[in-house]
Design a protein. Sequence first.
Length: 436
Amino acid sequence: MTISIASTRARPVPAEHRANFNHLILDIAWFGVLNGSAIAFVAVYATRLGANAFQLSLLNAMPAVVNLLFALPMGRWLQSRPLSRATFTTSVLHRWFYVIWVFLPLLFNDQGQVWALVILTVLMSIPATALAIGFNGMFAATVPPEWRGQVVGVRNAAYALTSVVVVLACGRLLDMLPFPLGYQVVFFIGAIGAALSSLHLWYIRPADEHRRPSRGDSLGDWAKPGESAGWQGLRLSVGLRFLTRANPLSSRWFNPVRDPAFRKVLLLVLGMHLALFLAVPLFPLFLVREIHLNDQAIGLGNSIFYVALFLASTRLDPVTRRLGNRRTMALGILVIGLYPALLSQATGPALYLAASIMGGTGWALAGGAVGNYVLEKTPDDSRPSYLAWYNMALQAGILIGSLVAPALSGWWGLTIGLIFAAGCRFLIGVLIWRSE
């Protein structure tokens, strides 16, 4: 991997930040390898093994259950630890499970493999909960506000680029190799990407991780919008101050539910992810069983998704500067709503490929802006507690949406289920746009 923020045409990066920024980009680039291989095809693999809508929903819902159970304890655990080391450790504990995926065909029959994937997903979700919370805090501690838009734009582009290349290659491999050997190779590629992603997390050293926050700053002041713009929580009215084991303020555990502004954030985040995940378990069933796409066609659609994500990510910073984080997120969700809407009308690959363009474009906006929107409402001396509650709202939305999805397909069929999910995405997009 040779992707470097210093090699982009953006403004030059100060020397003291260059190494951290490059490792952040290489981390996500190798994660794109994991995403374009194991993650991209695991639901398709389960579908080809005979998984039903309920089992596919469990693959999405069980991580949400684990997150809801462990988010607050993990947030408290992170509150008293250096985020960079904790992030690396939890990434290793989470990602070694991808190695086990490679050997599933040797250990179980088809239905046994489906249930093994569900159980492994539960186990790997425990360290993943701490990883999700810890990485957000580490990113905020590593990247100054004025650089976040640029860093996340390059990260998203690197993620999309490696995902595109790998998903195309894996789709081709799956058509060339016999079943299930092809999927074993794909899962092995994902395990390598996961390991190298964690390696780059090890080298990240946040300069501000142990800076003492000012005692004079108030919780309310830190939650007010300000003037800077970027990714992962800018528009803060004061400079970021970071957690430290020794600082008594950083050990305080605020209850974000008592913060009215953050309550609204939690409700919107819950609604966003509920609407998004209403359709997710239905997609592989529709692609494999309704329009009968092969792995190469599915891989092509995934690659188009990431090309669109790549191109739209290059415009994330100017769009968020113009619209703000909340409305950028809303616009992205409205565009993402076109994915199930178009897919529901597909009888072959053409509309699926068109839908993939909408999905990638929308996710570049919504996925890039949601972190900004959340962290701009998050006080710096209590970031783990606020991010833990954010993670709980996110996972609750995923859980509810994933569990409702099989009911939709059972009641109305896959096509009507996709249309209903599209309507929900449009509705939550409008609500977020109009909220203040």
